[in-house]
Design a binder for this molecule. Structure first.
Ligand code: AMP
Ligand code: ZN
Ligand code: FE
Ligand code: FE
Length: 314
């Protein structure tokens, strides 16, 4: 049950969302629609964080400019991590055109394409008639970023499963006949790639690491911080009040910036509304802190060649 927390609609300060998905990955709203929803909900800042892709950012950024919503580049990268846990790293404020980032994005795109083919192969071997083309159609085309929800949609459409949940249980989830979970990059590589592109990284929904207890979780977060991670997602739709409290104290102890978001996926998770995480909202200050941290870093990077030239001239 929800505790009567005084969060929604009690603050006159504008709030933001730092975790949401569009049709560029497994959300159901186009990037521009997500921004329009944010604007309509009264949010003053947004980061679009599609799974393993930045394909939605240009469209979202343009709409944000048009509507006067402050916008940060974002991505949610699945890093290599042992089952049954998952490690999702949120990148913010990076330059998508930076060489380090483009390398990272290419690796992710390739791995997703290979995984989609492998899943279909395993489904076929298990006697399930579905093609890669049918999966691509659910994802929005042959070059689309394929997530398991798209495969699930194809299975439901073809009558092989009665629902997304059913498709995951029988085929796509851990232990399913066509479970493939190959994430090509480890956390250090993701953090390095994002930071070198001027951005920062925060650990999404930390409980999904599925550590045995909070001490184990803390050890894992500490290791990520040592690798250069700077944020911790303390507020998320899946966090109850106790979890928010524990994660907030952990962030404090480790000197990590708190981040938060709804993890909005449109109709794929209809109970989640943009800008809301349980009964909480995400404070504007968190957006400003991320922007400040990454903005300063960008300046450093842009100044680097000038400094080099100076030395070269001596
Ligand atoms: P992917 O990034 O391709 O591995 O897909 C992950 C997505 O699948 C996430 O958005 C999850 O919400 C969704 N997902 C994972 N497990 C399940 C499940 N058991 N039922 C429904 N959706 C799931
Ligand atoms: Zn998702
Ligand atoms: Fe996630
Ligand atoms: Fe997410």
């Amino acid at each position: 049950m929800f505790s009567p927390e005084p969060t929604l609609q009690t603050s006159a300060r504008p709030s933001v969302d730092l975790h949401c998905h569009s049709t560029a990955s497994d959300g159901t709203c186009r990037p521009a629609e997500v921004v329009r929803l944010a604007h309509a909900a009264g949010l003053s800042g947004l980061a679009l964080t599609d799974h393993d892709t930045v394909a939605g950012l240009p469209e979202a950024a343009a709409e944000a400019r048009r509507l006067g919503v402050d916008f940060l580049t974002g991505i949610e990268v699945s890093a290599a991590y042992p089952r049954p846990g998952t490690m999702h790293l949120l990148g913010y404020g990076f330059d998508p055109q930076a060489v380090s980032f483009r390398k990272l994005a290419r690796r992710l795109a390739l791995a997703r394409a290979e995984r989609a083919a492998l899943i279909v192969e395993r489904l076929n071997r298990a006697g399930v008639d579905v093609s890669l083309a049918e999966v691509h159609a659910e994802a929005g085309g042959p070059d689309a970023n394929v997530g398991r929800p798209h495969v699930a949609a194809a299975l439901v459409r073809k009558g092989h499963a009665v629902s997304t949940r059913d498709a995951f249980t029988r085929y796509l989830g851990g232990g399913g006949a066509a479970y493939v979970d190959t994430n090509p990059l480890d956390s250090a590589q993701v953090i390095d790639g994002v930071r070198r592109a001027g951005g920062m990284v925060s650990l999404a929904h930390p409980l999904q690491l599925r550590r045995r207890d909070f001490a184990q979780l803390e050890a894992q977060v500490r290791e990520l911080a040592e690798q250069g991670m700077e944020g911790l997602e303390t507020v998320h739709s899946g966090h109850d009040t106790e979890t928010v409290g524990r994660l907030t104290r952990l962030a404090d102890r480790l000197g990590l910036m708190p981040t938060g978001g709804s993890d909005f996926h449109g109709a794929n998770k209809p109970w989640i509304r943009l800008g809301e995480a349980g009964r909480r909202v995400i404070p504007r200050e968190w957006f400003d802190a991320v922007r400040e941290r990454t903005g300063a870093r960008k300046a450093e990077r842009e100044h680097a060649p000038a400094v080099l030239n100076e030395h070269a001239g001596i």
